[in-house]
Design a binder for this molecule. Structure first.
Ligand code: AMP
Length: 210
């Protein structure tokens, strides 16, 4: 199995796809958002930055990710939310080169802005296992209203899932992350998925990673 990079606008389903690939194919999922949220519990400045929807500086994110990657060994992994800038992509390329490793496959989830905004304001997450639910989409409703199916913990709205914050995150995405599409297209490793339903996205993605 190839290592996977997921590139997508906010709320396009990176987390959900990453979870399905991990559960069904045995990948380890590395979400820089989750790694940073964990750190933000002990770092108020970081917490504030994340609340506004701004990207965190490249060096901080790269160091945090590198620490996790070093512990992984040869287990195939998914980068969920990294790289988010061309600088991060270049840093990652250099790291792979120094380790004599392949880049793997890049999957770009191509979802329309209005659909994304709608998802964000109806999304609830489990604070424990990070599973994502929706109060709008029947297939993503929790079995017991307001509680995680796996952990039975009360679901919460993410701090950055407010409409104003979404708009800011989307602008950051267009300005800083979208250029990665061309970056990876030029390398010939970009795979686009335009499906929006989680199982269909998984079906297409699982063929790309083999
Ligand atoms: P996510 O859970 O992937 O939507 O990320 C949540 C937040 O974490 C983002 O809005 C950024 O503030 C921060 N973040 C996550 N990954 C990165 C990254 N690769 N570079 C910079 N900031 C990031």
């Amino acid at each position: 199995m190839k290592n996977v990079i997921l590139i997508a606008p906010p709320a396009a389903g990176k987390g959900t796809l990453s979870k399905l690939l991990s559960e069904r194919l045995g990948y380890v999922s590395l979400s820089t958002g989750d790694i940073l949220r964990e750190r933000a519990n002990e770092d108020d400045d970081l917490k504030m930055m994340m609340k506004t929807g701004k990207l965190i500086d490249d060096d901080t994110v790269f160091e945090a990710l590198k620490a996790k990657l070093n512990k992984l060994g040869d287990t195939p992994y998914i980068l969920d939310g990294f790289p988010r800038t061309v600088k991060q992509a270049v840093m990652y390329d250099e790291l792979l080169k120094s380790m004599d490793k392949e880049l793997g496959v890049v999957i770009y989830l191509d979802v329309d802005k209005e659909e994304l905004k709608n998802r964000v304001v109806t999304r609830l997450v489990c604070p424990k296992c990070k599973a994502s639910y929706s109060i709008r989409n029947e297939k993503l409703l929790p079995k017991k209203q307001g509680f995680c199916d796996s952990c039975d913990v009360e679901l919460v709205q993410r701090e950055d899932d407010k409409e104003e914050v979404f708009n800011m995150r989307y602008e950051e995405y267009l300005e800083k992350t979208a250029p990665l599409i061309e970056y990876y297209e030029e390398k010939g490793v970009l795979n686009r998925i335009s499906e929006t339903e989680a199982d269909k996205v998984y079906e297409v993605a699982s063929r790309m990673v083999k």
